[in-house]
Design a protein around this ligand. Structure first.
Ligand SMILES: Cc1ncc(COP(=O)(O)O)c(C=O)c1O
Length: 407
């Protein structure tokens, strides 16, 4: 008797998709022209004008008055904290469902991150849980627009106002995203962005801080540029900053990237909305559900996996099967930041192991997202076409129909 062939690719069947996904990064003559201009000008760093030009244009793009470029999104957060005078003895409220840089920047200025759970619908910090985390040491709230989807800035700003707290928006993943008619990063005291290679606008590495306050912009500039004053004497340093300047080559690339940002933003949005519609028709997968006011940059398309509808197949097995079908899905963050070894083990000055602070902490929505529920598709997927989105939904349907092969 001939053994029945498997349908699922992970079991030796044919993959639903073999066509490659769009390549990233994207560039054309504009990047080349700008790079050559910097190269030939001889002004590769100090004295060049591309950083200033990009800072102004990007701030405008997000709807803020001022921009200060710097080496990366991690340092952008640190500069924002320092410029606000946040340091030893202070607490900053943030989310545990983010990249380590968010919390690390707080720790690097000797303040303590206080973690608040995320919303079921958006995986962004839950404003309803912020007030109970406020103490007399709280100085700021640092929401993260996770995956490029805006946190609820109306509620966050209301709380910040009530308790006189600063707001630093970690918008590292949210280029072009909007909350109502406002660009993210332009709503709090500071907004920060990353241009690292995976980001929707990239120069390989890089970062920016945006603000509407001239005073804060000058402070951020000073920290970024060795503690100098913009028009002061070159060797007169008024604060202990560092050299966090971004190269002119990176700014040259970013100026070109910004020119096509809108077109790519709209394409990701169109495809992501179509995919969300398709996925909502499949019992057992559930795209995050954003409020009316939120316009995501779709740096990540995050959806939930409900194993109950897949005969209790663990998420990791589902991912393996989907990857084999040609769909590059991942689990994303699998460790809440309050359980991250680097944070747990950090010897906080005058306190000891920072992990002590989070003993027994288990935030249920974050835990569920990290351990069993979240699935991520990255932004480059959404630069493909509508029929490519169908492949994603169809691959999930295929796995569901043939689930017995995986049990
Ligand atoms: C939410 C978040 N914050 C901060 C950062 C740090 O940015 P960078 O990698 O440019 O230092 C990242 C980048 O990966 C991020 O995703």
């Amino acid at each position: 008797m001939v053994e029945k062939m498997s349908n699922l690719a992970v079991k030796g069947g044919s993959p639903l998709r073999t066509k490659p996904w769009p390549k990233w990064p994207i560039f054309d003559e504009r990047e080349k022209r700008n790079l050559i201009e910097v190269l030939e000008s001889g002004l590769w760093g100090i004295g060049g004008s591309k950083n200033e030009e990009f800072a102004k244009k990007f701030a405008e793009y997000q709807g803020a008055k001022y921009g200060v470029t710097c080496v990366n999104g991690t340092i952008a957060l640190e500069i924002a904290l320092r410029a606000l005078g946040i340091g030893y003895g202070d607490e900053v409220i943030t989310t545990p469902y983010t990249f380590i840089a968010t919390a690390q920047s707080i720790i690097y200025v000797n303040a303590k991150p206080v973690f608040v759970d995320i919303e079921e619908d958006t995986y962004n910090i839950d404003p309803k849980k912020i007030e109970e985390a406020i103490t007399d040491k709280t100085k700021a709230i640092m929401p993260v627009h996770i995956g490029g989807a805006p946190a609820n800035m109306d509620e966050i700003m209301k709380i910040a106002k009530k308790y006189d707290l600063y707001v630093i928006e970690d918008a590292a993943q949210a280029h072009g995203a909007k909350w109502g008619d406002k660009g993210v990063g332009s709503i709090g005291d500071f907004g920060t962005f990353s241009f690292q290679s995976s980001k929707n606008i990239t120069s390989g590495e890089g970062g920016i801080i945006i603000t509407n306050s001239e005073d804060l912009a000058e402070k951020a500039w000073s920290y970024m540029n060795c503690g100098r004053v913009r028009k002061g004497l070159w060797y007169r340093h008024v604060i202990l900053g560092a050299n966090y300047r971004m190269s002119e080559f990176l700014a040259a690339i970013l100026l070109a990237q910004l020119e096509r940002a809108d077109e790519l933003f709209k394409k990701r949005e169109r495809n992501a909305e179509y995919l969300a519609k398709r996925l909502r028709e499949i019992e057992g997968v559930e795209p995050l559900n954003y409020p009316e006011k939120a316009r995501s940059a779709y740096h990540l398309f995050i959806f939930k996996y409900r194993k109950y509808y897949f005969e209790n197949l663990p998420r990791e097995k589902f991912i393996e099967a989907l990857n084999a079908e040609g769909i590059p899905v991942s689990p994303g963050y699998t460790i809440p930041l309050y359980k991250m070894p680097a944070i747990q083990e950090y010897n906080f000055p005058g306190f000891g192991k920072l992990g002590k602070m989070y003993d027994g902490l288990s935030l249920p929505v974050t835990e569920k997202a990290c351990k069993e529920e979240a699935l991520w598709l990255k932004q480059t997927i959404f630069l493909a076409e509508k029929e490519d989105m169908d492949d994603i939904a169809d691959a999930i349907i295929k796995i569901k129909r043939n689930i017995k092969e995986l049990l």
